[in-house]
Design a protein around this ligand. Structure first.
Ligand code: ASP
Length: 345
């Protein structure tokens, strides 16, 4: 039987990192080794799949850019449309992996498997996790049961839905989790074991979003003790188009920020409430927001269970692709439409 054909798209990250001292798991250079060098460290890979690899980018994912996202999108589509591969693996840095993951969840069809992987330790480290993660990602991408599940993330022997996965630890190999719902499955030895299917369909309930031609300016603001409205006012004056509030607990917002956010909203800035808590669902108060009382605590649309970094990507896509109804006829955001958008992700 012929082997599955897998394309590997490399973008850099610690999985391609090099340290002067193999005992060091920090202070290394991320995004250094080319994909060919990573593959050379995995001689058994060719027994699992027929591999084609390309270097799409070579960056520390803390520096992820819209241009790299655009290139990645183009290359994923090119490989998928070629019909020449059965799955795609993307190597990525861990820092912004959750952002690229939600981007791909919202924009890529759930057809052949698309699997992101990464590493917490540089390739030169004692007990580097990258080689095994890459091997497992290829196994998952090559597995027939991975098709149509949407974009996946494989790290530390776990398989996560791209929509749900977040980085929760600065240095541990077990840095990733899907808060509230857990992983979809696991890599157990040479086997792939799925325990459940993803709850969310790709895109907005199965309807895919496009990549914006122009990416809108959306910022995340953390609501903290002693917050000042000048932060919001300054951004609005500079032309910000969307704000994700990373509030404490259930997306609550400091009273000093609320009047500034209400002013921003009236000037056409889309404001949504997320949580800085790391897990849990931000409940909506859409009735209040829909009534236009945006200065009321909790009156802005909520990001559901997307963390602020993920919610920002979703809001950029909504604004950048002119998602129907999000900005009303008067140029003012529609709270109900925004709330429905986030609840459909
Ligand atoms: N700074 C690195 C990156 O995101 C961290 C990592 O990959 O673990 O590219």
């Amino acid at each position: 039987m012929s082997k599955p054909r897998i394309a590997i798209l490399a973008t850099g990250g610690t999985i391609a990192g090099v340290a002067a001292n193999p005992a060091a798991t920090d202070g290394y250079r991320s995004a250094t080794l080319p994909i060919d060098a990573l593959l050379a460290a995995l001689p058994g890979l060719g027994d699992i799949a027929e591999i084609q690899a390309e270097q799409v980018a070579q960056l520390d994912s803390k520096d992820m850019s819209f241009a790299v996202w655009q290139r990645l999108d183009t290359r994923i589509r090119a490989w998928r449309d070629s019909g020449e591969v059965d799955g795609i693996v993307i190597t990525h840095g861990t820092d912004s992996l959750e952002e690229t993951a939600i981007l791909l969840h919202l924009t890529q069809p759930a057809g052949i498997p698309v699997v992101l992987t990464a590493a917490m330790r540089p390739a030169t480290a004692v007990s580097a996790d990258g080689p095994l993660n890459l091997l497992h990602a290829v196994r998952v991408a090559a597995h027939p049961g991975s098709a149509a599940l949407g974009v996946l993330v494989v790290v530390n022997q776990e398989i996560h839905a791209a929509r749900d996965v977040v980085k929760l630890h600065t240095g541990a190999v077990q840095a990733f989790a899907s808060p509230g719902c857990g992983p979809l499955g696991a890599v157990a030895g040479q086997q792939i074991r799925y325990g459940r299917r993803p709850v969310a369909l790709a895109g907005i309930g199965g309807r895919l979003l496009g990549m914006p031609a122009d990416w809108p300016w959306v910022e995340v603001i953390v609501s903290v003790a002693g917050a000042r409205r000048q932060l919001v006012d300054g951004l609005v004056q500079q032309g910000v188009q969307g704000l994700v509030i990373a509030g404490p607990g259930n997306g609550s917002i400091h009273e000093a920020l609320l009047p500034a956010l209400a002013d921003a909203w009236r000037q056409g800035v889309a404001v949504v409430r997320g949580s800085r808590s790391g897990a849990g669902y931000v409940t909506s108060a859409t009735g209040v927001a829909a009534a236009g009382e945006h200065a009321a605590p909790g009156g802005f649309p909520a990001t559901a269970d997307l963390n602020p970094a993920k919610a920002r990507v979703a809001l950029m896509l909504a604004l950048g692709t002119g998602e129907a109804g999000i900005i009303g006829a008067q140029g003012v955001p529609d709270a109900l439409a925004l709330q429905q958008f986030f609840e459909a992700i």
